[in-house]
Design a protein around this ligand. Sequence first.
Ligand code: DAH
Length: 335
Amino acid sequence: MNEIIEKIRAEFLQDSKAIKSLKDLEPFRVKFLGRKGLISSAFDRMGELPKEERPLFGKALNELKKELEAQYQELLNRFKRAEEKGHRLDLTLPGRKPFAGGRHPLLKVADEIKDIFRGLGFSIEDGPEIENDFYNFEALNIPKTHPARDMQDTLYITDDILLRTHTSPVQIRVMKRQKPPIQMIAPGRVYRRDTPDASHSPFFHQVEGLVVDEGITFADLKGVIQAFAHRMFGKDVKVRFRPSFFPFTEPSAEYDFSCVFCGGKGCRVCKNTGWMEISGAGMVHPNVFKAAGVDPEKYTGYAFGMGIDRIAMIKYAIDDIRIFFENDVRFLNQF
Ligand code: DAH
């Protein structure tokens, strides 16, 4: 008699351990407590016992039934609670970062460039992106007939109004409104009629530099570019100047930095030259001084250009300029 009771209890305990979720619980209940379950069947078989044992067995079976029902109820409550909790909050899941905007990599690099030049005593100047022919070309010693105008594919709005092709017109604007000494940079966006590819974009960003005073020489220009290179890319970067031509400077040069990827040994990025072309520079042409109302007999000066996109591409090892303007958050989130 007791054997039957103990067997059911043991089996109940055993099966209860295998229950993993609410849905395992119903077959479990049916097996033990259902209408044709083990307890019911035991009641049905009571008739097989000798008469005098039946009341005791009935009592014991009733107690077992109550006991198992209580345990079943407890299991049910426990799994219900677990399931609800699971729906509400799973503390083991990785957290979701709130989406926050940030500064565009080009703005970050522009800020860095500005900080470096501010530290060297330069002021930050600004000029319009929609320019007159006079500031963009004429005053920079590029007359209408000058073949140098072919160097830049210009986006014209009218015959006389255009989207500036470089930041050099800011030189003229500053010299017209301010007497030397002048020591300024002008960062900003410029436009050219270029078909986009990995190294061309119809708009990009430059920094113009201009220093005008009595006794300014090419050595000052070299010193400043060198100081910039060291602060931007580290003390090991070398600078070289190559003779070149720009209508607004004489003499003119292009300047390169030693490749920051291979240290000048030659690699894929610098096309095995060991050098990376940065931009142009030179001593301000007397015609430019005249157009801007500065006395070329009294003052000398140097000017330089610089590509912000180019510097950013070097700094972040990016090989396609278009990625800056696609606004792909997977790219932008990395900065
Ligand atoms: N304006 C030139 C360009 O867009 C860059 C440049 C070259 C600026 C020489 C200068 C300079 O001030 O002296 O490519």
